[in-house]
Design a protein around this ligand. Structure first.
Ligand code: PMP
Length: 339
């Protein structure tokens, strides 16, 4: 037996072993579900027949998502987190390479590498917007173009006219809207106009369901049908489907929490002054090399590399967590100025 060398060259994922008291590193929601809602979910779990397979293509959850966003279930696919869907999307279409716009979400490049698909990188401009013209020029031979809006880790949304330039080429555009609720804007309305637009979203962020691993994709019937041909059958378990569906019935709770996070994000932005970049997501990019300093104080954030070396990405937490973060960052700046 020998494990493939290219597999061993992949980074080993590090999970939740952080011992930090305050976790602002994974863009999670800072709140668990309210107790009463968990009780309701517990009652629903008892109704599930554990001996039966769930729907082969997860139709119950797809129908609920479709109804929420005014589409047909035939335009919706679901996966174990949108990460699973992204993994399929890199290999669904013909083309010579995939296009990504770094700095962006690392999984696009990782999946492309894993499937042996070459990558063409067209870096974000200085203001972190995509260069739609350059990307469109390369798009004709591309198997997919990945765009995150709001982008992780920079936090900005991408201009619609730049995205439209790429959509106009007809190449598959995978628009990752994992954080769209915090921006309050989406390109969902363009789905009817562009059959090559694929929107990917998640229950892990605004819905606060990172533990149950549920993501979804909105696209043409043709693309959804093709995806189901290669997707693991019975891929989404009945418990996760039920919990995600339940949260769709509690949109007011989700939106209340989103408003809180937005208000806190803007407060952090104002307090951090020129060290923070504007954000439309549930995190902020901060121009301070404070990772180790914060870690020693029990605050976990994300340390960035490459072009964003010397920056950190901080998730917006609860008010008291954000206060601790702001205090620690102030101490960091003071220590640095004195040193
Ligand atoms: N897209 C982006 C831009 C993300 O930041 C993340 C999570 N960090 C994901 C997708 C994956 O989300 P999920 O939990 O649904 O796999």
């Amino acid at each position: 037996m020998r494990i493939r060398d290219d597999v061993l060259r992949f980074p080993a994922y590090r999970g939740n072993e952080s011992t930090a008291r305050i976790n602002l590193d994974k863009n999670e929601s800072p709140w668990d579900l309210p107790h009463e809602l968990k009780e309701e979910i517990a009652r629903e779990i008892k109704k599930i027949e554990f001996n039966r397979y769930p729907h082969i293509h997860s139709r119950p959850l797809r129908e609920n998502i479709a109804e929420t966003y005014g589409l047909s279930f035939k335009n919706v696919a679901v996966g174990n987190g949108c990460d699973e869907l992204l993994g399929y999307l890199v290999k669904l279409f013909t083309g010579n390479y995939v296009i990504i716009a770094p700095p962006t979400f690392s999984m696009y490049a990782l999946y492309a590498r894993f499937h042996g698909i070459p990558m063409r990188e067209i870096p974000l401009r200085r203001d972190f917007t995509i260069d739609g013209e350059k990307m469109a020029k390369e798009a004709n031979n591309a198997a997919a173009v990945f765009i995150a809006s709001p982008n992780n880790p920079t936090g900005n949304t991408q201009p619609e006219d730049e995205i439209a330039k790429i959509l106009d080429t007809g190449a598959p555009v995978i628009l990752d809207e994992a954080y769209w609720e915090f921006a309050g804007k989406s390109l969902i309305n363009l789905l009817h106009e562009y059959p090559n637009l694929i929107i990917v979203r998640t229950f892990s962020k605004a819905f606060g369901l990172a533990a149950i691993r549920a993501g979804y994709m909105l696209a043409s019937e043709e693309i959804v049908d093709a995806l189901h041909r290669i997707k693991v059958p019975y891929g989404m378990n009945a418990l996760s489907m039920m919990v995600a569906s339940k949260l769709l019935e509690h949109k007011e709770l989700v939106m209340r929490r989103v408003r809180y996070i937005i208000a806190e994000r803007e407060r952090i932005y104002r307090k951090m002054g020129r060290y923070a970049y504007p954000s439309q997501a549930n995190f902020l990019l901060i121009k301070l090399d404070a990772y180790d300093f914060l870690m020693r104080r029990g605050i976990a954030v994300k340390r960035l590399e490459g072009r964003l070396r010397g920056h950190i990405r901080v998730t917006v937490g609860r008010r008291e967590e954000n206060n601790m973060l702001l205090l620690a960052l102030k101490e960091f700046q003071e220590a640095r100025n004195c040193g």
